[in-house]
Design a protein around this ligand. Sequence first.
Ligand code: SAM
Length: 290
Amino acid sequence: MTTEYAPLYVVPTPLGNLADLSERARGVLCAVSWVAAEDTRHSAPLLRHMGAKARLLAAHAHNENAAAERILALLAQGEAVALISDAGTPGISDPGARIVAHAHAAGARVIPLPGPCAAVTALSAAGFSEAHWLFFGFLPSRSGQRRAALKTIASLSCALAFYEAPHRILESVADMYEELGAGRTLLIARELSKQFETLRRLPLGEAADWLAADPMRQKGEFTLIVSGATEERPANEGERLLRLFLAENLPVKQAARLAATLSGQGKNALYAQALTMIKEQKTEDSDICG
Ligand code: SAM
């Protein structure tokens, strides 16, 4: 006799704004008998808020196989289960994949609901025209491994989506600049759908300075979208452009800003370089004049 499983629903929950919970998600969470949650204490208020009576069971990174067994047993008894994570879509840099795999393997129906996901939300606001994008999620926490990981994707022409923790944001952005190179644009999406939501689109080379300029800019949750690799640009592209603009007598600030925008290199570094160039030029001129 084959087992008739109840369905496993995969339900995205809001990243920060409760109004982003879809009607369908609300309906499912109120209809199922069990909700498998990454952190039951974290999710209990959300369920209470919507008046859901479902019982909660823990399904996190450290008990996922055991949780999968328990969930399958419930599904086999005809009890539908909704899988949720702390925020966003389960299985996306969150637990859930192993539970879903178990359900498929057993022949249970898996019903995913569309909904909030930080990477997709940030990508929609990046304004990059690449036809493809790569979701990388979290980079390794150690710089050496992080740079090695970045090297493996540096030549891809698709846009790149990363999640990053606030205490690593500065060093990650600096490593991105070193490994992915100049000529990239970065979208910093901070605290999406929350009170201090910040979106900043800027040359990758300027990002570390921008973040460092105000400690508040380094707080909260971050999703980073980096534009894809374009045709090879020389490492000294910024310097070449600077020389060109200064030779045309453009004001130093404007020359540095334009060179930064076109090369993707940092504006402040190019400004400092422009001042050095001007000083060197003056020394050369005075040497010639005696
Ligand atoms: N499953 C989630 C999703 O669908 O987006 C992601 C979970 S992952 C453990 C958490 C990371 O997602 C955070 O560290 C941050 O990088 C990103 N993130 C989550 N909420 C965010 C928000 N409101 N704004 C920006 N990034 C966010």
